[in-house]
Design a protein around this ligand. Structure first.
Ligand SMILES: Cc1cc2nc3c(=O)[nH]c(=O)nc-3n(C[C@H](O)[C@H](O)[C@H](O)COP(=O)(O)O)c2cc1C
Length: 232
């Protein structure tokens, strides 16, 4: 697979995760090694990966995810299947994505490897935008690189932040020092059923690029709604 195909087809995998095949630890190591090649602010590697394979721990984590998902998220304005769209076709895509997200809530209990990416060194609660963008920016590239490396090895991932609504509880579950470590992204890691993923429908380049200065005529995305303003 060349780089363009990898970038265009690394999907949020939910329904095609195959829990029946165990992920070798060596593959996890390879993905982390590649992830660490990503840029990092001040050239300090602040990304930490908690790889959860203990059945009791991952079950507890999946239960927290499910509880937030079913009891807070699905009814919230931010539910993925309810996001405002411009036309009927994108509304259908959104509803389909909603069904896929619903499926992950069920699948998470069966996936044998969960990976939690964290920022080691600071919490971002109440931190000014400059600092939070800089610090989060130290973790997000590595996390996405991990997912790309996984895809290149036949493994599926799905970026999730749902459990962060109860981040402190998860910190206690995993022994993470909550005061100085910010959890950023939780992903399942599993072989996929088939490896033929396709590019998704995305906005056209002209809709998102502002040349030389901000173009007020370009369409804006829907207003942020849901968990960001109404934490569970
Ligand atoms: C910051 C962020 C948070 C996300 N949180 C969740 C989540 O909690 N649960 C989930 O099922 N998907 C989550 N997603 C995955 C998105 O729904 C997914 O990237 C989107 O639907 C596009 O999917 P695609 O790349 O396969 O087209 C999240 C993605 C991002 C970038």
């Amino acid at each position: 697979m060349d780089a363009d195909e990898l970038l265009a087809t690394t999907r949020a995998v939910r329904r095609r995760l195959d829990p029946s095949r165990e992920v070798p630890i060596e593959l996890v190591r390879e993905c982390v090694e590649l992830a660490l090649q990503a840029p990092a602010g001040s050239n300090v590697a602040r990304t930490r990966f908690v790889v959860i394979r203990d059945p009791a721990v991952r079950t507890a984590l999946a239960e927290i995810y499910s509880d937030i998902y079913t009891n807070s998220y699905v009814e919230s304005a931010g539910y993925i299947g309810r996001v405002a769209t411009a036309d009927a076709a994108s509304a259908e895509v959104q509803r389909r994505t909603g069904r896929s997200a619903d499926a992950l809530e069920r699948a998470l209990h069966e996936v044998g490897t969960l990976v939690l990416a964290c920022l080691d060194g600071a919490r971002l609660d109440g931190v000014p935008a400059f600092a939070s963008a800089s610090l989060l920016g130290g973790v997000l590239p590595a996390t996405w690189s991990f997912m790309l490396a996984a895809r290149a090895r036949g493994l599926g991932t799905c970026w999730t932040t749902m459990h962060l609504a109860r981040e402190r509880e998860v910190a206690e579950l995993l022994g993470i020092p909550f005061e100085t470590v910010q959890q950023v992204c939780l992903t399942p890691l599993a072989f996929t059923r088939g490896t033929d993923f396709r590019p998704a429908a995305r906005p056209a380049v002209e809709e998102v690029v502002h040349w030389d200065r901000w173009d007020p005529d370009l369409a804006r995305p829907p207003a942020v709604a849901g968990l960001i303003t109404e934490p569970a």
